[in-house]
Design a protein around this ligand. Structure first.
Ligand code: TXA
Ligand code: MG
Length: 316
């Protein structure tokens, strides 16, 4: 059921029910982070393995010292610059302060303060933090509208708080700030490496990280239909000639692929992040048997989108 009744949502969350909520990145499947039964419902509905930890969602003015045992200088700088916003920080966790289901028994906890006209006030009115993984089945595309949540999770009784279409469109950037020596990027997003480096020059650690993040899985973010991604426009044209029923997502749709179903993409990272999951879902809903997508350039600004496409389809 889709609703805009914030007070009803607060009542349900307080009772330990789960509710899908909008954020600036994607919709999340939210529950009381201190309520084990609520957390178990989230894992079950998403069909998510218990080994994948959840992000704690807090109000921008919340006191981190309840959950976090150490805030590095880097962490403070990043929070000052980007919170509330599409940035998740991984901190050392205060032992015993959260159910171990939240962080899958690790000694860190991922936290973010969303910036959204509906959800920021929601978090400010709750007296507990929320956990909120993306509101999709495990491995599938994250939803960016209330209807996409309902369509993807196929649970008619699930309450979805409608906050319109998510303005960013891909999941938050995740940064590990649990070490005093510097920071690591665990998941790329719309806040990119260049923005981080400008703020924190020479503090990016390059060593391999052993924590579990979605980008480390071989497949993720997958549409229902086969997705073929091309970096060369010539080979994309040859492939499409052999597959005239393909649904095209290309920066040159109007000029090179005018006879195919599909849409023209805008060659700008923010514009493509906004369009990506939304348009992949439209492609899934079309009659086309397969989707063909033109890859954006291999530069820092596109890392968030390219990382997701690496897991979402086959690259040619
Ligand atoms: O934009 C977002 O971050 C969205 C919206 C709803 O807030 N949420 C989201 O959650 O993408 P999820 O669960 O789909 O992806 C978060 C990932 C988890 O898969 C997990 O691998 C990683 O964050 N994560 C969570 N806790 C962690 C921790 N303590 N250490 C390392 N990674 C962690
Ligand atoms: Mg997810």
């Amino acid at each position: 059921m889709i609703t805009t009744d914030l007070q009803y949502v607060i009542k349900q969350l307080t009772r330990g029910e789960i509710v899908a909520i909008p954020t600036e990145t994607v919709y999340g499947l939210a529950g009381n982070a201190l309520h084990e039964v609520a957390i178990k419902k989230i894992y079950a509905l998403k069909n998510r393995p218990l080994t994948h930890p959840l992000i704690l969602h807090i109000a921008p003015d919340a006191d981190l010292s309840s959950w976090v045992s150490y805030i590095s200088k880097e962490a403070q700088t990043l929070m000052d610059a980007f919170w509330p916003g599409p940035l998740t920080l991984v901190f050392p966790c205060k032992p015993g302060c959260l159910p171990s289901l939240v962080n899958a028994g690790q000694n860190t906890v991922a936290i973010r303060a969303p910036h959204h006209p509906v959800t920021t006030p929601l978090l400010q009115q709750l007296d507990f933090p929320l956990v909120a993984p993306s509101a999709n089945l495990f491995g599938k595309i994250s939803p960016t509208t209330a209807e996409h949540v309902t369509h993807g999770l196929k649970d008619p009784s699930l309450l979805v708080l409608d906050g319109g279409r998510c303005p960013i469109g891909i999941e938050s950037t995740i940064i590990d700030v649990s070490q005093p020596t510097g920071y690591q990027i665990l998941r790329h997003g719309i806040i990119d490496e260049e923005a981080l480096n400008t703020l924190l020059p020479n503090r990016l650690l390059q060593t391999a990280n052993s924590v579990r993040v979605p980008g480390k899985l071989p497949v993720h973010y997958q549409p229902e239909k086969p997705l073929h991604c091309f970096s060369s426009s010539e080979s994309m044209q040859v492939f499409c000639k052999q597959n005239p029923q393909a649904y095209i997502l290309s920066f040159q749709k109007k000029t090179q692929f005018a006879n195919y179903a599909g849409v023209e993409l805008i060659c700008d990272p923010q514009a493509l992040a906004y369009a990506l999951y939304y348009e992949l879902r439209r492609a899934d809903e079309s009659n086309a048997p397969l989707i063909v997508l033109e890859l954006p350039p291999d530069t820092i600004a596109w890392a968030g989108i390219r990382d997701r496409l690496k897991k979402a389809g086959s690259w040619h």
